[in-house]
Write a protein that binds this ligand. Structure first.
Ligand SMILES: [Zn+2]
Length: 303
């Protein structure tokens, strides 16, 4: 016979029941200031930390909703999808990655093209989705962006592209690299038609996207502290065998060194884009492209 025996049942815990009443993920920890942030507060603040202004990554749909008036827009070319032209497999088949990404994002590929009104101005806006294989640019992203530019060309409307990408999609090999030239060529046509193109660079914008359309804007605007570059810092350090300076490849550093025109807080982004487009003549019906001098004048007037 045991000397000690639990004769009474343990008191029912109340905490287990209570815990389930708090929905998971209602608080997020800000990676910059470390403070807990109430998620609805964050969402109403365009995913900018209310305490330290850290810019959280936005989805493409959130981005479009934040730029278009009343969050209203018409999506274009949504049905385009890639067919794995190389039959590529790395750690897992590309097809499998595509299926997962489609399930996770509800999108067919890593960009959404939309048209609508921005502060009353007719615009075509394309926003990249980082959650879709790192926002990488394959044949579909290239084709959709080209069509977006061509649509703007036909309608005589300005173009805004919001980049958020790790670069070209390696699973599509050289075909993805060709998209750099294709989108750039379409933008050159837009430029000759004197229609404005504003590039918005968000965290991160790297690789073939930086090396093509993201840096071709009449105005290149970045969000604060965004990582923008071609190769990553580790690769550069290994190549040039030198330590890189503090803040290298961040928006502020790049703006200081003439690689960007403006670094704008997300909460002021829409107003800035609208002001720039009006300055470039978007309101007058037939927009005029901005020459270098007028862009410089605007950059100084807004800073
Ligand atoms: Zn913060």
């Amino acid at each position: 016979m045991a000397w000690f025996k639990k004769t009474r049942r343990r008191m029912a815990s109340q905490t287990a029941e209570k815990r389930s009443r708090v929905p998971e993920g209602l608080w997020v920890k800000c990676p910059d200031c470390g403070q807990p942030v109430y998620k609805p507060d964050l969402e109403s603040n365009l995913s900018v930390c209310p305490k330290c202004a850290h810019h959280f990554r936005m989805t493409a749909t959130e981005r479009l909703a934040s730029l278009f008036d009343g969050g209203q827009y018409t999506e274009h070319f949504a049905k385009l999808r890639t067919n794995d032209p190389l039959g590529f497999t790395d750690t897992k088949p590309y097809q499998e990655r595509l299926v997962k990404a489609r399930e996770a994002t509800g999108l067919e590929d890593a960009v959404i093209v939309a048209s609508g009104k921005l502060e009353g101005l007719d615009v075509v806006i394309a926003a990249m989705e980082y959650a879709f294989i790192g926002g990488s640019m394959g044949v579909v992203v290239g084709e959709k962006l080209t069509r977006a530019v061509e649509m703007a060309f036909e309608r005589r409307q300005p173009v805004v592209i919001v980049s958020c990408s790790g670069g070209a999609r390696m699973m599509e090999g050289a075909l993805s690299l060709m998209q750099m030239a294709k989108v750039s060529a379409a933008l050159a046509r837009l430029d000759r038609a004197r229609l404005p193109y504003i590039s918005i660079l968000t965290d991160p914008t790297t690789g073939g996207v930086t090396a093509s359309f993201a840096m071709l804007g009449d105005l290149n605007i970045a969000e604060p502290k965004a990582l923008i570059g071609f190769a990553g810092p580790r690769v550069i350090e290994q190549t040039i065998r030198q330590k890189l300076p503090e803040g290298f490849q961040r928006s502020e550093f790049l703006a200081e060194h003439g690689m960007l025109d403006l670094v704008i807080d997300r909460r002021d982004l829409k107003a800035t884009v609208a002001r720039a487009l009006r300055f470039m003549g978007a309101e007058s019906g037939v927009p005029q492209g901005a020459d270098d001098r007028s862009v410089a004048a605007m950059a100084t007037s807004s800073s």
